[in-house]
Design a protein around this ligand. Structure first.
Ligand code: C5P
Length: 274
């Protein structure tokens, strides 16, 4: 059995620079990953997908799941038989801006590459990833990176490994397409120069305003995260998950305890950056 982690992705900053003729948006986004996420396992056999874990109910194991689409695309591209008994242990909330489906698809590609002895940096894997979704290449790379284009043109960067992080989701699923569609079309400029922390602190998430308009619960999450003096509190991706970064684990634990007491229904993950 092959096991691959599918770490949650966060966008430390996400600048939307332009609407494109193909319906996508030109981005400048700083990807980072955290130490927790879903898990994908692969065993030889006919293609199947079993979904377990606390967020299994949000998904169907039918053919449209990004994991089975990844397995079919892999077989197509590498000329091998379609197959693999895949299990997805789902710990990340669905449609929540932390790349769950993309992380799962990337983990499935990594597992299949190991099974078929394909190098993990084979450019064909990145081509499959980009065709599956804008965030899948970043999840395949799985490390801090600057993403441009749809998010698929990547440059790996020295990350903030070990930094204490808190991820909070109010239980509202948000449609990525709807949030991008509600963006006001104003280019607010590039990320400031400097290292990853400088870019993150001086950056923005331009999808925050449209997402907040569609899902007001995000306001409450950002208000809750702003208490307790985090280094940074921001929405990830198209929401609704927001994250905060802290100078140490004690500050993160205090913030998590306060949020869990005030908002027991929210999903709240204490983790660290990879
Ligand atoms: O690429 P993916 O299928 O994950 O994107 C989902 C939706 O998000 C797209 O259909 C598009 O509406 C929007 N999107 C965008 N610009 C990007 C990435 C995604 O408009 N760079």
């Amino acid at each position: 059995m092959i096991t691959e982690n599918a770490p949650a992705k966060i966008n430390l900053a996400l600048h939307v620079r332009a609407r494109r003729a193909d319906g996508y948006h030109e981005l400048e986004t700083l990807f980072a990953f955290v130490a927790d996420g879903d898990t994908v396992t692969l065993e030889p056999g006919p293609l199947s997908l079993t979904i377990t874990g606390p967020f299994a109910h949000g998904l169907s194991g039918e053919g449209d799941n990004l994991v089975t689409r990844a397995a079919r695309a892999f077989a197509d591209r590498f000329g091998v038989a379609v197959g693999g008994a895949l299990t997805l242990d789902k710990h990340l909330p669905v449609a929540s801006g932390i790349g769950g489906g993309s992380a799962d698809a990337a983990a499935a590609l990594r597992a299949l590459a190991r099974l078929h002895e394909i190098a993990i940096d084979d450019p064909r894997l990145f081509e499959i990833a980009a065709a599956l979704g804008s965030d899948v290449p970043a999840c395949l790379l799985g490390r801090t990176a600057m993403g441009q284009g749809r998010g698929e043109r990547l440059e790996a960067l020295e990350g903030l490994g070990g930094m204490a992080a808190l991820l909070v989701n109010p239980g509202v699923a948000v449609s990525t397409a709807a949030v991008f569609k509600a963006w006001d079309g104003v280019d607010r400029g590039p990320m400031p120069p400097g290292d990853v922390l400088a870019m993150a602190l001086g950056g923005r998430n331009d999808l925050e305003a449209p997402a907040r308009a569609l899902a007001p619960a995000i306001d409450a999450v950002l208000d809750a995260l702003a208490i307790g003096d985090p280094l940074l509190a921001r929405m990830s991706g198209s929401g609704a998950t927001c994250f905060a970064l802290y100078a140490d684990e004690a500050e993160r634990a205090a913030a998590a305890a306060r949020i869990r007491a005030a908002w027991p229904a929210w999903w709240c993950l204490e983790t660290r950056l990879l």
